[in-house]
Design a binder for this molecule. Structure first.
Ligand code: CU
Length: 189
């Protein structure tokens, strides 16, 4: 079952997102490893777990790095978070018209191929929190339990971050000028 969430942006806003995300990809390299120490379960290592849960909306998202050191493919198939009524695994895409669509991943699973690192990040793959009970305070932590097809379940600690203060956003003098339900900060140059 696919559920679509469609978010419309002005073209100028879209350009801001794209420009910002390309910078974020570069700067994220330096930021990795600054959070909680990596957690290992089976052949998987999970690190840089962040909870985008500060906004006063009823949604939030979780980002992280998952590395599969083993010889067999695995997949993230679910998650549990206290304070989230419903959890879904989502991806996002932007079409030629500038329409951003957030959708449940195919089969409800995020593949973690053997030997690869999969990044859940702003504007891309994420663990989606729906029916969020209450916003969390930036700088605190929260726990998320991840379920993998092969490796099983593991609970990790996520740093609660504001979407406007992600490492990738700290580039120059952009003014964060808006956001939509916690997934994206629109940045104008
Ligand atoms: Cu989502």
């Amino acid at each position: 079952m696919l559920r679509y969430f469609t978010l419309l942006f002005l073209t100028v806003a879209l350009l801001g997102i794209v420009a910002c995300d390309s910078n974020a990809d570069t700067m994220d390299q330096a930021a990795h490893g600054s959070g909680e120490a990596a957690v290992t379960i089976g052949d998987l290592t999970i690190s840089d777990v962040r909870a985008n849960m500060t906004l006063p909306s009823d949604t939030g998202s979780f980002w992280m790095l998952i590395t599969n050191h083993g010889p067999a493919d695995d997949a993230l198939i679910g998650a549990e978070v206290d304070g989230c009524g419903v959890i879904e695994l989502h991806d996002m895409m932007i079409d030629d018209e500038g329409v951003m669509t957030m959708f449940e991943v195919e089969g409800g699973r995020i593949p973690i191929p053997a030997g690869e690192t999969v990044e859940l990040k702003r504007g891309g793959l994420h663990v989606m929190c729906l029916q969020k009970a209450a916003p969390l305070a930036e700088g605190t932590t929260t726990e998320i339990t991840l379920e993998f097809a092969n490796a099983g379940k593991v609970t990790v600690t996520a740093d609660v971050v504001s979407p406007g203060e992600m490492p990738g956003m700290e580039h120059g003098r952009d003014q964060d000028s808006g956001m939509n339900d916690g997934h994206m900060v629109i940045s104008y140059e």
